[in-house]
Design a protein around this ligand. Sequence first.
Ligand code: HPA
Ligand code: ZN
Length: 329
Amino acid sequence: MPLPKAELHLHIEGTLEPELAFALAARNGVTLPYADTGELRRAYSFSDLQSFLDLYYALMAVLRTEDDFADLADAYLTRAAAQGVRHAEIFFDPQAHTARGVEIATVIEGLSRALERSEERHGISTRLIMCFLRDESAESALVTFEAARPHLHRIAGVGLDSAEVGNPPAKFREVYQLAAAAGLHRVAHAGEEGPAAYVREALDVLGVERIDHGLRSLEDAELVERLAHEQIPLTLCPLSNVRLRCIDALTDHPLRRMLDAGLLVTVNSDDPAYFGGYVEDNFTAVRDALGLDDETLRLLAANSFRAAFLDEPRRQQLLAEVAAYDFAG
Ligand code: HPA
Ligand code: ZN
């Protein structure tokens, strides 16, 4: 049994494996511009975030019905359970679907169907986090938020993703205010390709409780001190960072330096179907590349539950599971 952990940075659309993409394409009569899964997999060679996003959005064409979204989420949860995941906070991108004529209700109800039976089927508690596409307008985010209003009982928080550079957090001040007023949690991608200043802005203008990625925070010593002092969680995604060329090699990953600076860092998979591994694969990869010992891995797992939007009894139960975990067993 792998180390118990929470996954806090996971785009459900990024769990679409080539086999499922072709199965859904056949079910929905959609033609993909690839002959087979092998040819599709060979397209998974990215030069930056945008080159990945182009394929990520294109493949979503196969997701059309509630069943498609439920099957996608259930396939992820099955894999996550085998990787030791006990709690998952799952991002979705409603605008990427509504732009193709898929109703937001179809997306939310389909995902929720899989999430609702997740504890019973997979032993994984779940939360749903609705992300706004930052390369779309602030108006579009507001329209999306209003469209989601009838479904907010299914949504724990809001996030911000897609092309970062040139789309600063402050662009989304208003929709984050509405989310806060509705009692939702707030997170945002920042400092993946964008500067440390975007991390500050996400904290100060959007009031986020966690930073997704936050890699480039290290370029600002004062910011690092603040993140450490306030124990703002960072959801790192090591394999993603290498695949999207945010860093050259995993051996260069700043995870250990971030831990040494007192930051509350967690390890996550981002878009595991595209980046070569699920969350335990990310743990194993950083362990091997950075020479992390068992107690550091235990700390990373404990951090994932500390940073999660969990009720206290379950948080304490899961932290106890981490404390009792036997690496030799
Ligand atoms: N960064 C920004 N947007 C995204 C990502 C990412 O890694 N994955 C899916 N949307
Ligand atoms: Zn991400």
